[in-house]
Design a protein around this ligand. Structure first.
Ligand SMILES: Nc1ncnc2c1ncn2[C@@H]1O[C@H](COP(=O)(O)OP(=O)(O)O)[C@@H](O)[C@H]1O
Ligand SMILES: [Mg+2]
Length: 412
């Protein structure tokens, strides 16, 4: 950003006093210029189209149209404009919905002057950068390095978190193979290792770890496609990109939940699917990923400890306001000779087991030992068919959730 390029801000709030307070807080920062003030969601949309602000400070609760709906509409019309949500609730479900429709940041009312200006500076820099990208006009969505530039005009990618509350259940095995299936000529996929201490996704695809997730979270406010391109592992055999865990367990502590969530939000602008592998221990980082995810694949095995933990997790999910529709519950290492059937588990946990992946020691351990996922060279085996099926279930469920969300927006 050159010094003369001011950040042009639109303030949206239905309460006059709040609008005035924000305007007053901003008048001392010479790099910020308030170019418009709107009193409602509708007015915000109209005004945005006329004045094309860089940053919109958006209230959530407004009588005619809530701030999230207005954000969605504005982001569609002016994709480079960045929205900072201001809300009295620090409610995570609000934050999630806001992020889903493309909000850049989320502040709780009343923000301090430092918080507010810092958020505007970050958002403003982003807006200027996106704007300049549009102006130089890369051929539809590609940047010079062949990485898709932030695909702001299109739909954001989906975040799919694979989780099991018990270790050794097959999370990494399934995350890796599912990523490979989701990768097609149209769909870009990144597999992010959220098992920050002892992550092994890179091992599963036999790639040495050079750069890792820490290289992105440490500069999460200033990411661009080139930086991501430098850090990710490009797995040539499958086309998936992998963001490895740090090579040293003690480095995990350097990554905050907030940074990790922001990284995932950024990646969804570049990839159609952001698949997250996790550890069973519910760290802040894993919780943040679960909260902002579009879909959670919860994995159990056919044994009581694992089922008990899945039950505890579902109870926690209920309490945290994660709807059951967002959870795809599956059983791994399924053996039909064992009497604990998927149906019985579904009954007792009140959650359908949507598919069962068979136990196949030979294929799975062979793949792990060679570092070649079985979806690469063993596509026709029964276990592989269940992974293909899982990918279909995932896509269907995501489409259903999208529909429900649109329907909800329409009702408002
Ligand atoms: N369907 C399966 N059949 C046989 N072995 C499996 C299956 N799924 C996973 N495994 C094995 O279980 C172990 C744990 O798998 P992994 O994917 O590392 O689990 P997690 O990531 O949950 O710790 C590995 O040795 C893996 O080869
Ligand atoms: Mg694992």
């Amino acid at each position: 950003m050159t010094p003369q390029e001011k950040i042009r801000v639109l303030i949206v709030d239905d309460i006059a006093e709040t609008r005035e307070n924000i305007r007053r807080l901003l008048q001392f920062d010479t790099s910020i210029e308030v170019v418009g003030i709107a009193r409602s969601g509708h007015e915000a949309i109209d005004l945005s189209q006329q004045i094309k602000p860089d940053v919109i400070i958006m209230d959530i609760n407004m009588p005619d149209m809530d701030g999230i709906t207005a954000t969605e509409a504005i982001r569609r019309k002016i994709p480079y404009a960045q929205v900072v949500i201001l809300s009295v609730q620090s409610d995570l479900s609000y934050m999630r919905r806001a992020m889903l429709v493309g909000a850049r940041d989320f502040l709780t009312k009343p923000p301090s002057i430092d918080e507010l200006t810092a958020a505007i500076h970050r958002a403003g820099a982003m807006a200027h950068e996106e704007h300049s990208k549009i102006n130089v006009g890369f051929p539809s969505g590609t940047s010079p390095m062949g990485v898709v530039a932030p695909n702001v005009a299109n739909q954001l990618g989906k975040i799919i978190v694979l989780y099991s509350p018990k270790g050794g259940t097959g999370v990494t095995t399934i995350a890796t193979n599912l990523s490979i299936v989701l990768k097609t000529s149209e769909n870009r996929v990144v597999l992010v290792d959220g098992n920050l201490q002892f992550g092994d996704t890179a091992v599963f695809i036999n790639e040495p770890i050079k750069n890792n997730v820490l290289d992105l979270t440490s500069r999460v406010e200033e990411l661009d496609p080139e930086v991501v391109d430098e850090v990710i592992i490009d797995h040539k055999a499958t086309g998936i990109h992998v963001l490895a865990a740090p090579p040293r367990p003690e480095w995990a502590d350097k990554i905050t939940a907030d940074q990790f969530a922001k990284l995932l939000q950024y990646l969804r602008q570049l990839y159609n699917y952001v698949v997250v592998d996790t550890a069973s221990y519910l760290t802040d980082v894993v919780q943040a990923a679960l909260e902002i995810s579009d879909l959670i694949i919860l994995i159990t095995t056919q044994d009581i400890p694992s089922i008990k933990n899945s039950n505890a997790f579902l109870t926690l999910a209920d309490a945290s306001g994660i709807p059951r529709e967002r959870i795809v519950f599956i059983m791994n290492r399924f053996d039909k000779r064992i009497s604990i059937s998927p149906e019985r588990v579904a009954d007792s946990l009140h959650q359908e087991v949507v598919t069962s992946i068979p136990v196949d020691e030979r294929i799975v351990s062979n793949a792990a030992n060679r570092g070649i996922p079985f979806m690469v060279d063993n596509k026709t085996q029964p276990i592989s068919k269940t992974i293909l099926n899982l990918a279909e279930i995932v896509k269907e469920r995501l489409a259903k959730l999208d529909e429900a969300e649109v329907e909800q927006l329409r009702k408002k």
